[in-house]
Design a protein around this ligand. Structure first.
Ligand SMILES: [Zn+2]
Ligand SMILES: [Zn+2]
Length: 175
């Protein structure tokens, strides 16, 4: 959805507020696509800061279906988006090419809501997705979900000091 910001970008002191229904049903980070299972409307507030410059503030709740990094179980990841950006009129961007050129969610005087939200989700994604803080993951040998109990596989990791003693023992035995 495109929102025309011509008015607020050109009228000093002007503020516009509106609620926007988020139409997107999935989010893609370029590698993977995640379903959006729940979303609130976007509360948007755009305030003129000076000629050709405005502040975009927005709040929305998005719930993404992701997978636990350890056990792969599906997790509803709740993201409370708190958007705070500055946008510029097209002729303002032309004047300076520093961070102003970074407005991928602006199309001329129009704000592309989906692009803005996509950009914000990307910044809000957790480094690690876990179904619970102490998820035990899955067994590397049999694939059993260790949160449901031990699988009985031999996951014993030998103590390196013990290995040395064993080597000495074996060496002696060969003599
Ligand atoms: Zn897990
Ligand atoms: Zn196992």
């Amino acid at each position: 959805m495109l929102i025309n910001l011509t008015d607020v970008l050109t009228s000093e002191g002007k503020t516009e507020e509106q609620q926007v229904v988020i139409e997107m049903t999935s989010f893609s980070n370029g590698l993977e696509e995640y379903m959006i299972v729940e979303k609130s409307p976007l509360d948007l507030k755009i305030s003129n800061m000076s000629k050709g410059k405005a502040r975009v503030e927005g709040k929305a709740k998005i719930v993404l279906k992701m997978n636990c990094d350890r056990c792969l179980k599906e997790v509803d990841e709740v993201l409370n988006l708190d958007i705070f950006r500055e946008v510029f009129a097209p002729d303002e961007i032309a004047e300076s090419t520093d961070e102003k050129g970074d407005q991928t969610f602006m199309e001329g005087y129009q704000l592309n809501v989906e692009d803005l939200i996509n950009d914000e989700i990307l910044l809000s994604l957790p480094m690690k997705v876990l179904c619970k803080e102490d998820c035990k993951g899955i067994c590397r040998q049999c694939g059993k979900d260790l949160n449901e109990g031990e699988c009985g596989c031999d996951t014993f990791v030998p103590d390196p000091r013990m290995a040395v003693i064993k080597d000495i023992f074996n060496a002696n035995k060969e003599v």
